[in-house]
Design a binder for this molecule. Structure first.
Ligand code: FES
Length: 177
């Protein structure tokens, strides 16, 4: 009987843990459902790993490590890092046409002819530049940009709660020579 009682308690404990885990996943999934799910579907989950700063900003990589005129994919996040000259942006990967998940040409590196890569939407082939501007329709609006900052150590940190469409000063950081 004691053994049965123990089994029942264990079963309840396991069930409770299971529920807790499920709840966490569900909450997290709900919060990031759009980008994470769509990103995984489009293979956008690959990319650099991130950590989370104490205030919730996403810590990515050293700004100086991003090649000039390149994109850097970020795993399981709704943005891609882009560097044009000395300026770095965190561009939304969600196409402004109908929400496809954009991916960089050539793995984000400059093309063989020396041109900068672009972000391409797999759904209807819209393309966007390093700054998020539309270069090829059917999209007509630029990609959104997330607010970002440079840490003291030169890391690019992104606020994924702040998706902006006005390309303001808080959506670009400049790498100092
Ligand atoms: S959804 Fe991106 S081009 Fe249509």
């Amino acid at each position: 009987m004691d053994g049965q009682g123990m089994s029942r308690r264990m079963a309840l404990k396991v069930a409770a843990v299971g529920v807790a885990v499920c709840a966490c996943d569900c909450v997290d999934g709900a919060t990031r459902a759009g980008p994470a799910t769509a990103g995984a579907a489009a293979g956008a989950a690959a990319g650099i790993e991130t950590t989370i700063a104490a205030d919730g900003w996403i810590v990515t990589t050293k700004a100086a490590s991003i090649g000039e005129d390149s994109f850097v994919m970020v795993a399981n996040q709704p943005f891609v890092l882009a560097r044009k000259g000395a300026e770095v942006f965190a561009l939304s990967t969600k196409c402004t046409h109908q929400g496809g998940i954009v991916k960089p040409q050539n793995g984000g590196k400059p093309l063989a002819d020396g041109k900068a890569p672009e972000l391409v939407c797999p759904r209807h082939k819209a393309q966007f530049s390093l700054t998020g501007a539309v270069t090829t329709p059917p999209a007509s609006r630029p990609l959104g940009r997330y607010k970002l900052r440079l840490s003291k150590e030169g890391m690019v940190e992104v606020d994924i709660t702040a998706l902006l469409t006005d390309a303001g000063a808080d959506t670009v950081v400049t790498i100092k020579a």
